[in-house]
Write a protein that binds this ligand. Structure first.
Ligand code: PLP
Length: 402
């Protein structure tokens, strides 16, 4: 199903950018800076820095922690690989922890079993728009003095015990890619209350140049032997957001409540149509949380059926002419991680510590639950009746086979 959600407000902002002739943000930016300020208010965080993708935001967030090369960052086994590859880019080692099989979200026990004397941080992904059990995760983090990155790429406006996710850990990262709750086509941002994290994230995303907002004092460059220098204070890329992206993102943010309401209507259809369906477990919700689903996960109940999600997808396709998404994102099984395991070296040439492995069997809950997890996209632009037909097709298929 296509993702159509761009309208006159985005066009009008884009026209303003084009007519201004200033398509890049420069030091400050008009639309990008306005988006950052609006997002600070939306999240109630002190600093937001916008970048050109969610992956860049993950990199900037990890770089913002100020870790040393070879430090270990614990990541969930089940997440888009855009979560763990940036850990390599930031010079660190991703270490995969097992997940709660009901949600595919990193589990506090999984985290604790992977801690070594080089562990410095955890990346928690609020997967599919389900808030992670943050009290338990923060307790593990505090016990072991670890920093916490909340990946909210799929989790705008989700609440954990009354707090928006993305405001609990040290830094949060979000994506504005086309399929997300709001979009600028590609894009992303980090959000934090910590000025040092913000400054390091900006340096990393701007080739080391301290183009800070929020009245933060930048360091001054000084000449070397009378030769002027430009002022690159750290290693970094150019991950800046353009004004074109900022123009669209700002217009989208103004619509987020309406989009959220539409998503909730789609979720209600799934839950209604699958109520009492044989072999199905609806999404598990942790107590005290309010999900805002990006994609709605259902699981095949292992007590009732041995069918896998991939098999159900094919049965639906063959018998009903309409497929259902199924989960396929266990990071360490991907070729790129298999290569790192084979060479025992990260893509940036760091040796892989002896206790770190990327191989089948590493996270049994993740491997088992992934095989049983089906996914429905609940993008706010979807036609509810098209989704209803898809869910009904799944129900009929399961009624025939379970
Ligand atoms: C949880 C998560 N983190 C990070 C990313 C990376 O975002 P982007 O595609 O904008 O680079 C994604 C993208 O799908 C994601 O789902």
């Amino acid at each position: 199903m296509p993702f159509k959600c761009i309208g006159d407000e985005e066009l009008s902002n884009l026209r303003e950018v084009i007519e201004s002739g200033e398509l890049w943000r420069g030091v400050r930016g008009n639309f990008v800076a306005r988006f950052e300020e609006a997002m600070c208010s939306h999240l109630n965080r002190r600093y937001v820095y916008a970048v050109n993708s969610g992956t860049s935001a993950n990199e900037a967030a990890v770089a913002g922690l100020g870790l040393e090369p070879g430090d270990e960052v614990i990541c969930p086994a089940t997440a888009p690989i855009f979560v763990s590859l940036p850990v390599f880019s930031a010079g660190c080692i991703p270490v995969f922890a097992d997940v709660d099989p009901r949600t595919l979200i990193i589990s506090p026990n999984g985290i604790e079993s992977r801690i070594s004397d080089r562990t410095r941080a955890i990346v928690v992904v609020h997967l599919f728009g389900q808030p992670a059990p943050m009290d338990e995760i923060m307790a593990v983090a505090h016990k072991h003095n670890l920093m916490v990155v909340e990946d909210c790429a799929q989790a705008y406006d989700c609440y954990y015990k009354g707090r928006k996710v993305g405001t609990i850990g040290d830094v949060a990262c979000f994506s504005l890619q086309q399929s997300k709750h709001i979009t600028s086509g590609e894009g992303g941002f980090i959000a934090t209350d910590d000025p040092e994290i913000y400054k390091r994230a900006v340096l990393y995303s701007n080739a080391g140049m301290p183009w800070y907002l929020y009245n933060l004092e930048p360091p001054k460059s000084s000449p070397v032997a009378g030769i002027p220098t430009r002022g690159h204070f750290a290693f970094g890329h150019n991950h800046r957001m353009s004004e074109l992206q900022g123009a669209v993102a700002l217009a989208q943010l103004a619509k987020i409540e309406r989009f959220n309401a539409m998503r909730k209507q789609l979720v209600a259809i799934i839950e209604e149509e699958l109520d009492g369906c044989p072999g199905i477990l609806l999404a598990h919700v942790y107590p005290g949380t309010q999900p805002n689903y990006w994609t709605y996960p259902v699981q095949l109940n292992p007590d009732e059926t041995a069918l896998t999600a991939a098999r159900v997808h094919h049965l639906c396709l063959d018998e009903e002419g309409i497929g259902v998404g199924y989960y396929h994102e266990i990071n360490y099984l991907e070729h790129v991680f298999q290569e790192v395991e084979r060479k025992r070296m990260t893509p940036f040439g760091l040796p892989l510590p002896e206790h770190v492995h990327y191989q089948l069997g590493l996270c049994p809950n993740a491997e088992d639950a992934a095989k049983r997890t089906l996914l429905f996209s609940v993008h706010h632009s979807h036609d509810p009746e098209v989704l209803r037909k898809q869910v009904q097709a799944l129900r009929r298929t399961l009624e025939r086979h379970v």
